[in-house]
Each structure stands twice: as C-alpha cells, then as structure tokens.
Design a binder for this molecule. Structure first.
Ligand code: DI6
Ligand code: FE
Length: 403
C-alpha cells in the first residue's frame, strides 16, 4: 500500500516519556492510503520502504495531533444571553436554575426546534472548533428531556459527523435536569424517560457513552447509579458531570462504575481522586464554565497530578455556563486559571482527551498505527498555542490522511 510522506515538519507527537511534547525537530510522517500513520519520527530514520512515496513539505511548521474536544453541548436551541445579563446583575447560576431558568429554558427552545434547526445551530460552533484544528468532537444530548427530544438531539449530533469532515462521538445525557413536568419527581423521570430513552437511542445506534449531572440541582448519586446500571447492561461506557458546584461524591461513583471520565471536579475530594486514580478515570477540566460562573474554588490540579490521574481539557460549549467554542482559549484558560503547564494543557486536548473518549488506541498522539488526524500550525514552539489569546495560527488540518 502506498501513501504520502510529509516532511520538513516539527512534530509535537505528544507521546509521553521522552522529550517535552514528544517533540521531534526534523520529523517525517508517512500516511498510508487507509488514512493511518505508517511512520512518525525523525526524518533521518524514515524506513526505506517509504522513500518511493510522494513527498510534501510542511515548510518547517509545527504539527500536533488533531485537536479533540471531549465535552460539548453544541446541539441545543436558543441562547441564554438574558441569563448572562441577570448573572451580571447579581443572580447566581443555582438561583436561576431553581427559578426555572437555566438549563430548563434551553430545554424549551430545544423542544421547539426541528432536527434541521438543531443541526444548523450546532454547525456554527462545530465550524469554529474545526477552524482551530479540531478533528474529533464529543456532543451530548440533555436538553430534550423527553424520549423524542433526546432522540432528536442525538440524530442531529450524528448528522454533524456527516455534514463535516470530523469524528463526532455522542453521549446520552437525559439525566441532565429534571424537566418541569416531572418537578419533584426525579425518580419517575428516570424510570419513564431516562431509561426507556436510553434503550431507544441505543437501539438506533445513537449512543457512544452515557453521561449524567450529579448535583443538588440535578440528580443524586443513587439516581445516577440507576442510569449507570442500565448503561452497563447495554455495554455502554459511562462518564459524569461531578463536583462542579458541590461535593456529592459523584466522581467516586463514576470511577466505581469504571467511568471513562469525571468532568468539572472543582469540589473533588481526596477520596474521589484516589478512586479515579485507581480506575484510570480521566479528569476533564472545564475552565470555560469556571470562568463564566466566576467560580472561586479551583479543581485540585496538584493533587490530581500527584495521584497520576490523567487530565483532559474541553470547552463544555453550552449556552449557559460555558458559551465558548474555542479549544485554543481552553488551553490558555487551563494554564492561566488552573495552572496546567502548556504541555499538560496541549496533552489535555489531544492525548488525554482521546483517553477520555475511550479512543486512545486510535487518536491523540502522532504514532504509527493511529488515525492520521493532525493540525499544522504557523508557530515556532508548541507553547505558543497556549500563550496567545484570541489568535488562531492554524495553517491546515488533515483528517484521516486527507487535507
Ligand atoms: N454542567 C454544565 O456546566 C452544563 N451542564 C452541566 O451539567 C451547563 C448546562 C447549562 O447551563 O445549560
Ligand atoms: Fe457539560
């Protein structure tokens, strides 16, 4: 099988254990016709079997793995600019949610939207992510909160992956909020909507993972556990929004269920950290939500690092707590707000994000055998990607070997 060799490239391979960023100064990438890397490494070591392949120069530019946004809510109706104004006038996120605003107002708009409307709305954010080098984007349901509306959201999410050259990974998040018609009847909502909706969505091939929101304003650990049990019965991986506003022990619950990731984690306890370390559950940090809600409590980055918990970063792109569709800004915020090193931040939107999606075998580093998803940048050093604010130095993006 032949293919293409890309050279005159500085490779931030993000392979751990060697140079910072897995950097290779004078690198080459051999991409076979099946869209995978056949070789990544120093140009001087390129095996002779690839020397007959057509060669392209990248002009000395920096190459990273294609970026991965492992936590988004880009499919939704409406916007919450009014709520933004109210928060600036002093109302808290929890007060707005408890007064029927917040997530529930997006539910109303999402229910009113057609599948086409949802696709068109989401493409605006997806295109913004792609323009910064994203090649894989996770998309959650969770604003429909009825069986039909959750299915509509997931169908829209699947369509995004056909409308654009991007890998879309879906998460079923019906356990996101209790809809008004089930007010004070969260258990009935789980029995009558969340569980049957999961069965239906899975039967239609719409679900890659199952998510939930474990919080005082959403679902208790016991309620989430019931959703996770059904996911397990269907053979689906789980993940959880946990410890964003308070500590309910959600991260430990998730880890005990072998979760791919626990996300947010500002109020994560040492117990939760230990449980995550034991199962290899990825900590997905969401600085856009921390910033937007003007949170004071930082996620325990030092303790996560000390325990060896993999740390990913994502946009959490959603209309309420994180109206942000820039992974480059997430990098900058991850470093400036959360004190991640620029290398950890970049790993967080490549290697560790792949791990958070259960796709580390295919994505996240520049390594032979993996899918040839990559981003080419007009920068000299990888730290520049994290350092600048509101500047996009993407030169080009290659998805599965095709520019
Ligand atoms: N936590 C979040 O930050 C988003 N969902 C969640 O469970 C916010 C959702 C929203 O406010 O619309
Ligand atoms: Fe979220």
């Amino acid at each position: 099988m032949s293919g293409t060799v890309l050279q005159q490239a500085r490779l931030a391979t993000m392979v751990p254990g060697g140079t910072p960023y897995g950097l290779i100064e004078d690198g080459a990438l051999a991409i076979s016709k099946d869209g995978r890397f056949a070789y990544t490494g120093p140009r001087a070591d390129l095996p002779s079997e690839f020397s007959g392949w057509p060669t392209e120069s990248l002009g000395g530019r920096l190459v990273t793995p294609g970026l991965i946004d492992c936590h988004t809510h880009i499919v939704h109706g409406g916007n919450r600019a009014r709520e933004f104004e109210l928060r600036l006038e002093g109302a808290s996120y929890e007060e707005i949610a408890r007064a029927g605003g917040g997530i529930v107002s997006t539910v109303t708009a999402t229910r009113a939207a057609s599948e086409d409307d949802l696709v068109a709305g989401a493409l605006r954010f997806l295109d913004a992510l792609i323009s910064e080098g994203a090649t894989t984007v996770e998309v959650k349901s969770g604003y429909g909160l009825s069986v039909d509306d959750e299915l509509k959201m997931l169908r829209a999410a699947r369509r995004l992956g056909r409308e654009r050259d991007v890998r879309v990974v879906t998460s079923y998040l019906a356990a996101h909020a209790v809809p008004p018609e089930y007010k004070d009847r969260a258990d009935a909502y789980i029995d009558e909507v969340v569980l049957p909706g999961l069965d239906a969505a899975h039967a239609e091939g719409l679900v890659d993972a199952v998510d939930g929101f474990c919080e005082g304003i959403a679902f208790s650990p016991a309620q989430i556990a019931r959703v996770f049990e059904r996911a397990k019965a269907l053979g689906l991986p789980v993940k959880l929004h946990a410890e964003q506003l308070s500590d309910l022990g959600g991260a430990k619950l998730a880890a005990d269920h072998g979760a791919l990731s626990a996300d947010h984690l500002e109020y994560l306890s040492q117990d939760g950290i230990a449980a995550m370390a034991q199962t290899g559950t990825v900590a997905v940090l969401l600085p856009g939500a921390f910033y937007t809600l003007r949170e004071k409590q930082l996620p325990p980055v030092d303790a996560l690092r000390a325990a060896g918990v993999p740390i990913a970063l994502a946009t959490d792109c959603n209309p309420g707590s994180s109206p942000m569709s820039s992974l480059l800004l997430a990098l900058n915020m991850g470093a400036t707000l959360f004190r991640l090193t620029p290398e950890e931040a970049l790993a967080g939107i490549t290697r560790e994000a792949a791990q958070a999606l259960g796709l580390a075998h295919d994505l996240g580093t520049l390594e032979a055998g993996k899918v040839a998803d990559l981003a080419v940048w007009n920068v000299e050093t990888p730290a520049e990607l994290t350092y600048r604010i509101g500047f996009n130095p993407l030169h080009s993006r290659i998805k599965q070997g095709a520019a």
